[in-house]
Design a protein around this ligand. Structure first.
Ligand SMILES: Cc1cc2nc3c(=O)[nH]c(=O)nc-3n(C[C@H](O)[C@H](O)[C@H](O)COP(=O)(O)O)c2cc1C
Ligand code: SF4
Length: 433
């Protein structure tokens, strides 16, 4: 059931080094790609059905195809390595374990879109990852995979590792571009889209780390091989990150369409003596689901049909010891803190959401506060300038949909009916029974 491709070399000795990567066939795909026409590579990625792994699932080959050709302007590839959606922890392990998979993918992708400059915009707080990437890029330059006249083909590419200062909004692609240009990271009005006017007003492809890291294996094994995994519209394998109340948390690489029930089987199940209560399919910006949804196929269509989104495939597992209101309040505090302040619905709205949730958590609100919360959410959803605002309301509206009674229980009991210590990971099954 597991299909380790991106994670296949993670247990290899010193897997992050060029030597180890080449020992397993690394940079073979680059040699083969450089012998092809750039357009043939775009067609290959289109045929594979690869969709962006950064959250929205946009078809990657189609995005590359939007880059105007022969326009005389420089083209840029920007790898989004800002990974900051709560619960998401796949790009950082990937870059730590096998940075050359990303570097090789970035070189092939740049060649395909005819870019001579590429950037990896990485979250600055993960200094160990920044250093590992810098070393991998240095090794690639020394080996002749980067720089001028790569492998004697005449193709030039400069690859820059850029450390961001650590802001959730800088993962949003247009804020990322502003930040990369040296400005404060805030979203840009679209259109124009980055494919037309992105970095330095030139055609730019922004792709997630996992998306770009998936390119070498497609070049190596072919589009049909990739498309043979997954479901009809969601092709290939992907990294699912399991965290929270699960026995063996971590990365599980499996075909799109696997279910949470199957993933939990692989991960040893919910922690001993407990049951699943709710979970996020793709980070906290995606509406929560419950134990009713254990058999939902975890692909873009399946999760969408269940009323949520696949997002970043960050499966945060919560058992029955967790107060849903408390979890939702913590997430909302995060969105309030990370709101960039550009638009009123999100800047003011997230602040008000926290006020009302705090009141409810203390058991001091009233039943009308639930309607007030939903009304506030309604005034943010679809009215904010970027998707951060929409994401902020997802946990609130979905938790009220499934756990309205639990919100009311706080009012009836004059406070939280849960023991917060029982939901901590160090609490043992019997200790708080
Ligand atoms: C608030 C916010 C934060 C985001 N953070 C990330 C991120 O950390 N990494 C990422 O790849 N995409 C992030 N995205 C999505 C990007 O805007 C963009 O869709 C993505 O990088 C495109 O790459 P893909 O097509 O390969 O998925 C974020 C979007 C929003 C609205
Ligand atoms: S929704 Fe508005 S305030 Fe919130 S992060 Fe986006 S642009 Fe900034």
């Amino acid at each position: 059931m597991l299909t380790p491709v991106l994670s296949d070399n993670w247990d290899q000795d010193r897997c992050w080094t060029l030597q180890a990567y080449e020992d397993r066939g690394g940079y073979r795909a680059l040699r083969s790609a450089l012998e092809q026409q750039p357009d043939a590579l775009i067609d290959l990625v289109k045929a594979s059905g690869l969709r962006g792994r950064g959250g929205a699932g946009f078809p990657t080959g189609m995005k590359w195809g939007f880059i105007p050709q022969g326009d005389g302007k420089p083209h840029y590839l920007v790898v989004n390595a800002d990974e900051s959606e709560p619960g998401t922890c796949k790009d950082i392990p990937l870059m730590l374990a096998s940075p050359h998979t990303l570097v090789e993918g970035a070189i092939i992708s740049s060649f395909a879109i005819r870019a001579n400059y590429a950037f990896i915009y990485v979250r600055g707080e993960v200094l160990h990852v920044v250093r590992r990437l810098q070393r991998a890029v240095q090794e690639a330059y020394l080996a002749g995979y980067l720089g001028k006249d790569i492998l004697g083909t005449g193709f030039d590419l400069e690859l820059v590792v850029h450390a961001g200062a650590g802001a959730y909004i800088c993962g949003e692609e247009t804020s990322l571009l502003d930040s990369l240009e040296g400005r404060r990271g805030q979203p840009r009005l679209r259109p124009p889209f980055p494919a037309v006017a992105g970095l330095y007003a030139s055609p730019t492809v922004v792709n997630n780390v996992e998306t770009i890291a998936s390119v070498p294996c497609i070049v190596d094994n072919g589009a049909d091989w990739f498309a043979s995994m997954g479901t009809e519209k969601s092709k290939g394998m992907t990294l699912y990150s399991l965290s929270g109340h699960v026995r063996r948390p971590g990365q599980y690489e499996a075909p799109l369409g696997i279910t949470l029930r199957e993933l939990l089987d692989l991960a040893g199940g919910v922690r001993e003596g407990h049951q699943l209560k709710f979970w996020t399919p793709g980070g906290s910006s995606t509406p929560i689901l419950t134990d009713e949804h254990l058999d939902v196929p975890l692909d873009y269509e399946g999760v969408g049909a269940a009323g949520s989104m696949l997002g970043t495939k960050a499966l945060q597992i919560f058992d029955e010891t967790t107060c849903v209101l408390r979890a939702v309040l913590r997430w909302t505090e995060f969105y309030k803190h990370e709101s960039c302040g550009k638009c009123t619905p999100c800047r003011e709205g997230t602040w008000w959401l926290v006020q009302v949730l705090q009141r409810l958590e203390r058991g001091q609100g009233s039943e009308e506060d639930l309607e007030l919360l939903l009304d506030q959410c309604d005034n943010i959803l679809g009215r904010a300038f970027c998707a951060l605002g929409d994401g902020a309301v997802s946990p609130i509206t979905s938790s009220i949909q499934y756990f309205r009674q639990e919100y009311l229980a706080h009012l009836e009991q004059g406070g939280c009916p849960f023991d917060p210590a029982a939901s901590t990971l160090f609490a043992t099954a019997g200790a708080h029974a």
